[in-house]
Design a protein around this ligand. Structure first.
Ligand SMILES: [Zn+2]
Length: 280
């Protein structure tokens, strides 16, 4: 039995039956208020996230740069603390891993698992820039974007069969969908819909999260400019390949900037360093 097939054992059937009874399940995306389809039980997604993270940690080499690991852990924990009610995951349950390798990529899984590659830390030189990526990834978790994409894909690509049937009879496909929905599927032969919408939404929500944690939201513009510059003349980084174009991204960030700056000033004031804002 593959590790993938192990995921969808009998303990999922109860959850799957509950889902089968729900004709349409929706939830509200934090901060934006958008209604989003969500057919999969959160508990099941978290279990799949934990399992996938375990596999990735076995496959990928962990970074042996203690400073890189410390930065990811520290920025991640600060953002996890201010987003507990949105993500439903207590800060101490989050796990942050830093992987070796040049790829400019990062990912987050349900249940609070985040992976950064050393390559993206080269672009995110400051902690404020790192917080841009972290805020974006935590926003994906809070907005349950993976769950929405997976729900849509399950309805469409499994030919209209019931979700409970899909989980029971097609565990490999279900797992593939999970990985694709969270941006990790290498073998998926089709694109999951709505990624652009999700990316812009994660940028905007992430901007508020980084600011709330006391990181300067203006650094997000520097970071995305750095990412665009790093992809000039070569392959676009993985992190950008399914992502909105640069100009559109910056425009949308600017829309949320006044609100983010308010949050940032409030956070800095409560941390006793309002003067740091004034100095910049
Ligand atoms: Zn993203």
């Amino acid at each position: 039995m593959t590790p993938l097939a192990r995921l969808v054992g009998p303990r999922w059937l109860i959850g799957a039956l509950v889902v089968a009874l729900a004709v349409v399940a929706c939830r509200t995306v934090p901060e934006t208020g958008r209604r989003a389809l969500s057919l999969l039980p959160e508990s099941q997604l978290r279990a799949m996230g934990a399992d996938a993270f375990q596999q990735i940690k076995q496959q990928e080499e962990l970074s042996d740069d203690p400073e890189a690991r410390r930065r990811v852990e520290q920025v991640g924990t600060r953002i996890a603390r201010v987003t507990e009610s949105a993500t439903g995951v207590p800060a101490e349950q989050w796990e942050f891993a830093t992987f070796a390798g040049e790829q400019k990529n990062a990912f987050a899984l349900p249940g609070g698992r985040v992976g950064f590659f050393e390559g993206i830390l080269e672009v995110a030189e400051t902690d404020d820039e790192l917080a841009t990526v972290m805020g974006h990834e935590v926003a994906h978790v809070a907005a349950r974007h993976g769950s929405e994409r997976m729900s849509q894909a399950l309805m469409v690509s499994l030919g209209g069969i019931g979700l409970s049937v899909a989980l029971r009879d097609k565990p490999a496909q279900t797992q593939q969908l999970f990985l694709a929905a969270y941006g990790l599927g290498a073998q998926v032969g089709y694109m999951l819909p709505n990624s652009r919408q999700h990316e812009l939404e994660a940028d905007q929500i992430g901007l508020l999260y980084m600011a709330r944690a006391g990181y300067d939201p203006r650094a997000s513009v520097d970071f995305w400019e750095g990412m665009a510059a790093s992809s000039e003349g070569g392959q676009p980084p993985t992190f950008l390949s399914t992502h909105p174009n640069h100009g559109q991204r910056i425009d949308r960030l600017q829309e949320y900037m006044p609100r983010a700056m308010e949050e940032y000033r409030r956070s800095r004031a409560s941390r006793g360093s309002e003067d740091a804002v004034a100095r910049r």
